[in-house]
Every structure is written in structure tokens, then in C-alpha cells.
Design a protein around this ligand. Structure first.
Ligand code: PLP
Length: 349
């Protein structure tokens, strides 16, 4: 089996973590209340009725029927279930590059071959040839908005064209609340569409691991058939229900983050030698190529000053990019101050 294990970096000391697209705002107080209540019953396995209730609440939130929703242990588990249910050794998966690494990871675990079609600079849009490449695929993974480029890479026309074939099309909307663009309504017309969502980012419960799939009941059944029974803990189910009771709390935080995202992007763009891509997500992605410094070196210098951001793997079409999570005001200001001082040190603006 040719797969590279995913290892999250453990960080010691008082570093400001802006490398994993987490939400710096705490979740709603309702989440903490529900966790405290649920913790008292943690001697029991989660009851199927709790999962049903979660599916119902998620469906209400997403504006679809509960039969069309399958809650999962983070959207990571949803990606794993899709790969387990639909892929065998030798099958082909098509996605773009750069994109979220877990599509490749779980596809390879199944023995599938992954074709990554480069996004096209300078804006990192999907190229015209994608549809043709996707025609050879059993499963197509698309992240919209894309991680790490931050842009919406597909529109409804392209998604419908992709769905008109036999292949399964997975649209990962982990950052949906930051873009407000969704293709979830198309699941009523296409049984080969799976939309993935997450409560990690917008609802601030990454540590509790709750995501969900939206698809037609027949497709969800195929995913359910390969799902172990108790992957979402009773505490996490309760927390997710608490988060969904307070959608207003989430919306307020998303609004603050999107305000700061746009401000951060223009501040980064005002620095000589840096170019930041527009973003519809919780992060900003910029290149330091014109500074003549490798992204890993820039990231190391930021780390020495207490800030952790992500150096993205270099490709000929995607050089020296760095991804930074948009956080709360004081954290964004600290990041900008440190970034400016590193650039000055390097002889830039
Ligand atoms: C595009 C994308 N999909 C899925 C995930 C996984 O999220 P979750 O915490 O729901 O497993 C991430 C996490 O960063 C992501 O960026």
C-alpha cells in the first residue's frame, strides 16, 4: 500500500497557532452546557436516537430532508467512507492540485490511483481540460472553496457537467459558511453527488470531530454500510446539537472572520514582495516568491517569533506559498506586526 501517514505537528510552548484553519473564537456557551450534561451519561454508547436527532437538526440547518444527511466523525471520516465504499485497487480518482491532502491519502489507502490536475496560475482556477480528465475517474474530489488557494474553483455549470457522467462527484464544502456557496440542493437531482460539510470551522468545534454528508438516501446507505457504529461520541453529538441551537453565535464569528480576512489580505498585499490570493474561506494564502526567500524559511522565521503558519508544498505552478488562518483581531494584528518585522529584516518594505 503506497500511502504517506498524516501526522499532525505537536507544538510546545506559547505559539500562536495559525496553521490548521481552526476557529479561534470559542464555541457557543450552549456547546459547553450540552457537553457537561452529556458527560454524565458517558458510560453508555451513543444511542441511535441521538444520531437521528443530530441528522434532523443538521438537515434543518442545511435546508434538506433528514434522509439526505449522514453525520460523521469530522468530514475526514466522510472522505474515508466515500473511498471505502466506492474505490478499489486500480480505480482512478481525479482532483486538483494543490488541494486538501486527505482525498489523496484515503484514495491511496484503497489502492486507487490519484490524478491531480494543476490549478492554473495566477488565480488558480480550474482549467478547461479538467472535464476531460475527470471522464476517466471513478470518483472526483473538489474542494469548494479550495484549501489552500481559498477560491471557489467550480460553478454550478461545471458541477452539473461532471455529474452528467457515471462518476461519483464529491464537493467538499468544509468552509461553506465563509463562502455561502453550496451545491447541496443538487443532491435531489443527482444520486452521484456527495456534499461534505464540517462543524469544525464555522461552529468552532474542531476538537469534537463532527461533520456530515449530504447525498440521496441510496448513496448515503452505501456510506453507512462501511461506517463503524460509534465513531461520533455522545459528548460530540450533544455538543453539535448545542452548536446548532445557537447558529447566531456562529454567524457573528464568521462575520468577524470574513471582515478580518479581507483586511488581512489587503495588508499582506501592501507589503513589498508578497502577493496574497483572494479568499472565500477562513484563511489567506500568499506567496513570498518575489522576496527570493523559500516559504519554509519565512515560516521558520515567524515560528521563532511565536507564530505558526503553514508552508505549502512547492509545485512548479505553486511556488513558495504560505497559508495563514484568520483569527481574532488581536491575533491578526500580532501576526501582521511579526510578518512586517520579518520582511524588514529581509530588506523588504
Ligand atoms: C477542505 C477540508 N475538508 C475537510 C477537512 C476536515 O475537517 P474535519 O475537522 O471536519 O474533519 C478540512 C480540515 O482542515 C479541510 O480543510
Amino acid at each position: 500500500m503506497e500511502s504517506i501517514p498524516y501526522r499532525a505537528e505537536d507544538v510546545r510552548g506559547n505559539l500562536l497557532r495559525l496553521d490548521l484553519n481552526e476557529n479561534s473564537y470559542p464555541p457557543s456557551p450552549k456547546v459547553l452546557e450540552r457537553i457537561a450534561e452529556a458527560a454524565r451519561s458517558c458510560n453508555w454508547y451513543p444511542r441511535p436516537s441521538m444520531m437521528r436527532q443530530l441528522a434532523e437538526r443538521l438537515a434543518e440547518y442545511a435546508g434538506c430532508n433528514a434522509d439526505y444527511v449522514l453525520p460523521t466523525c469530522g468530514s475526514d471520516e466522510a472522505i474515508e467512507l466515500v473511498c471505502k465504499a466506492f474505490l478499489e485497487r486500480g480505480d482512478r480518482v481525479v482532483t486538483v492540485s494543490p488541494t486538501f491532502a486527505m482525498y489523496r491519502f484515503y484514495s491511496r489507502v484503497q489502492g486507487a490511483e490519484v490524478m491531480e490536475v494543476p490549478l492554473e496560475p495566477p488565480n488558480y482556477d480550474i482549467g478547461d481540460g479538467f472535464l476531460e480528465k475527470a471522464s476517466e475517474a471513478k470518483v472526483v474530489f473538489l474542494c469548494n472553496p479550495n484549501n489552500p488557494t481559498g477560491n471557489l474553483i467550480v460553478d454550478e455549470r461545471l458541477v452539473r457537467e461532471l455529474l452528467d457522467g457515471e462518476r461519483l462527484v464529491v464537493v467538499d464544502e468544509a468552509y461553506y459558511e465563509f463562502s455561502e456557496v453550496s451545491f447541496s440542493k443538487l443532491v435531489e437531482d443527482y444520486s452521484n453527488l456527495v456534499v461534505l460539510r464540517s462543524l469544525s470551522k464555522s461552529f468552532s468545534i474542531a476538537g469534537l470531530r463532527v461533520g456530515y454528508c449530504i447525498a440521496c438516501p441510496e448513496t448515503l446507505e452505501m456510506l453507512f454500510n462501511v461506517k463503524p457504529p460509534f465513531t461520533i461520541t455522545s459528548v460530540s453529538i450533544a455538543a453539535a446539537l448545542g452548536a446548532l441551537e445557537d447558529v447566531e453565535h456562529m454567524k457573528r464569528n464568521v462575520e468577524r472572520i470574513t471582515y478580518w480576512r479581507d483586511r488581512l489580505i489587503s495588508e499582506i498585499n501592501s507589503l513589498d514582495g508578497l502577493r496574497c490570493l483572494p479568499s472565500k474561506s477562513i484563511f489567506a494564502c500568499f506567496t513570498c516568491r518575489d522576496l527570493k526567500i523559500a516559504n519554509v524559511e519565512l515560516v521558520e522565521r515567524l515560528k521563532r517569533r511565536g507564530i505558526l503558519v503553514k508552508a505549502l508544498p512547492r509545485k512548479p505552478w505553486f511556488e513558495d506559498f504560505v497559508r495563514v488562518t484568520v483569527a481574532r483581531e488581536e491575533e491578526n494584528l500580532r501576526f501582521l506586526e511579526v510578518l512586517r518585522s520579518v520582511i524588514e529584516e529581509l530588506g523588504g518594505s
